[in-house]
Design a protein around this ligand. Structure first.
Ligand SMILES: NC(=O)CC[C@H](N)C(=O)O
Length: 342
């Protein structure tokens, strides 16, 4: 146990008065939110990226979708959209990768805006999970998916978007292009074909939900899910998606066409509860922010009313989340005291 004399106490109090942002009282460093801008710099992001560059060695690039296995494991990128909508990019910023499960939050937004939250969640739960993303979970018991973040619930969510054939997918693509203001975004035909050819587990879920009366229609509906997962983006796009949901569906440039606090609350709550699958509880403890990962190696993070973060490193940990990506987020969160839980 350290002992504190009256003079150290006085010194601490004096320092506190002159340094209201970083308090060092009794060895406990706490940061007070002064409402001032976070001042995230390119240098700070570069330092964090370099510190974590080798962390990809802890993980493995997904190859259960064979086409994903072609990605070079040491690619890494880190982006932030700051409070003023300014983009900061470091690392392999032009590296495209597939959005994968991060597309699930866009699909949920569209399904809920068309069908209403009550209707969508009459067919699935708001549950967290201790199961991996491709688990059948409750499909054999209650008959309903646990949540819209795992594959079963996401396949069901996309099947609820209005429109024949490819239209639901086109709506998702259009929304990704809108949020990122990037019309060059498209999907990778080779990843799509690879997923379609090997996605037997997802096909199994699709038919089980059809059997349970949750899905009508044929495999075109499942193909829309495969296509949405194959949309190619960069970390800058991911940071813009994070920013969008952090700001009540307002775009990084201030455009309010889709502004909707109900939807952003719903999406962020699902990201917090299940966005990192069975790691979500531990992640809430360590990072404490709504986040969504994809097996392509991307993670998007929303810091409510503040910033959006996008990371990419394709080697995944045992939960299917980017190993280096997680550590970059963790370091940024610690440095700027970003956790929701203060
Ligand atoms: N976690 C993920 O990103 C999974 C998405 C992937 N397309 C799949 O269905 O298996």
């Amino acid at each position: 146990m350290k002992r504190y004399t009256f003079s150290t106490l006085l010194l601490s109090l004096t320092l506190t008065c002159f340094n209201p942002i970083n308090q060092q009282v009794f060895g406990q460093k706490t940061t007070i939110n002064t409402g001032k801008s976070l001042q995230i710099t390119e240098n700070a992001l570069t330092t964090i990226l370099e510190k974590n560059r080798a962390n990809y060695k802890e993980g493995k690039v997904a190859d259960y979708i064979p086409e994903l296995g072609k990605m070079k494991a040491d690619k890494i990128a880190f982006s932030v959209v700051d409070e003023n909508g300014k983009v900061i990019n470091v690392g392999d910023v032009n590296q495209k990768f597939t959005i994968q499960s991060i597309s699930k939050i866009i699909a949920l937004m569209i399904a809920v805006s068309e069908k209403g939250e009550e209707n969508v969640f009459s067919k699935m739960g708001y549950y967290g999970t201790n199961m991996p993303f491709n688990h059948f979970a409750n499909l054999e018991t209650t008959g309903k998916p646990l949540n819209p973040m795992m594959n079963a619930g996401a396949i069901l969510t996309t099947s609820m978007i209005d429109g024949e054939g490819e239209i639901p997918f086109q709506k998702i693509l259009k929304m990704v292009r809108y949020i990122t203001k990037n019309n060059s975004i498209d999907y990778s035909k080779s990843v799509y074909n690879s997923e379609k050819e090997t996605g037997h587990r997802n096909r199994g879920m699709f038919y089980l939900m059809k059997n349970n009366g949750l899905i009508e229609g044929d495999e075109e509906k499942l193909n829309n899910y495969f296509k949405q997962c194959s949309i190619e983006i960069t970390t800058e796009d991911l940071a813009k998606i994070g920013y969008f949901f952090a700001h009540q569906c307002t775009r990084f440039d201030g455009d309010t066409t889709y502004k909707n606090a109900q939807i952003s609350q719903l999406i962020q709550s699902q990201m917090l509860t299940a966005g990192m699958y069975e790691f979500s509880g531990e992640y809430a403890r360590t990072v404490g922010l709504p986040s969504k990962s994809g097996v392509g190696g991307g993670i998007t993070v929303s810091v409510p009313n503040k910033i959006g973060i996008g990371v990419f490193s394709p080697a995944l940990d045992k939960h299917g989340n980017s190993a280096a990506g997680y550590h970059m987020i963790l370091d940024l969160v610690k440095q700027y005291n970003l956790s929701l839980f203060q």
